[in-house]
Design a protein around this ligand. Structure first.
Ligand SMILES: CC(C)(COP(=O)(O)OP(=O)(O)OC[C@H]1O[C@@H](n2cnc3c(N)ncnc32)[C@H](O)[C@@H]1OP(=O)(O)O)[C@@H](O)C(=O)NCCC(=O)NCCS
Length: 171
């Protein structure tokens, strides 16, 4: 069995270039056209709710191998969070890094009293964290997205009831 040490900590300003690099490798230039990107464009992600994963490479130097960000949005006139991007370095997939990042970010969001998180992503992956498809037409995004991939998680039971309409940037 291979053992490795994973460290999760809040994203810091000096991580920016490495996080961008991970995103570019995973999603390519098309990431700028994604509906979820438009929700975040020009808006700072939440510093206390965005995390990076670090692992030592063969030379003992810590490398940034994963990232998750949460950003404030509005749905209708109600505050919520959008999760993403969640990305793990290709060479480090299936080690539980995505799971650790998700658990850390969602725990922090609950602790801070946030009520609802949405994302655009693969339901088969995000179901393990409790995400479910948003009922058809309930929440619209500022760009094209497959409705089956628009997912939500209630951090407070029943929170979705208060949220309907257009998701947009938090000013
Ligand atoms: C999706 C992603 C973040 C998962 O990170 P990870 O650290 O490899 O995930 P974990 O180790 O926590 O979980 C691995 C499990 O998730 C499953 N999984 C990974 N991606 C999946 C997907 N898109 N759909 C369904 N299951 C998926 C794996 O098969 C594995 O299943 P198992 O536990 O039954 O063996 C990573 O693959 C990634 O960065 N992908 C490219 C970017 C992306 O698609 N991000 C998500 C959309 S924003």
């Amino acid at each position: 069995m291979t053992y490795f040490t994973l460290r999760i900590r809040a994203e810091a300003p000096e991580d920016f270039a490495s996080v961008e690099q991970l995103g570019a490798e995973a999603f390519g230039p098309g990431r700028f056209a994604r509906a979820a990107f438009r929700l975040r464009e020009g808006v700072a992600h939440e510093a206390g709710l965005s995390f990076v994963a670090l692992m030592k490479n063969g030379s003992g130097v810590e490398e940034l191998v994963g990232s998750v960000r949460l950003t404030r949005i509005l749905i209708g006139c109600r505050p919520a969070l959008v999760l993403g991007p969640l990305v793990v370095a290709r060479s480090r997939k299936n080690l539980g890094i995505g799971r650790e990042l998700m658990n850390r970010a969602l725990h922090a969001a609950r602790e801070q009293g946030h009520r609802l998180v949405i994302l655009v992503g693969d339901q088969p992956y995000y179901a393990r964290f409790g995400f479910r498809p948003v009922p058809a037409g309930r929440i619209t995004l500022p760009g094209p997205a497959d409705p089956a991939r628009i997912l939500y998680l209630e951090l407070e039971p029943g929170a979705l009831v208060d949220h309907a309409g257009a998701a947009r940037k938090h000013a």
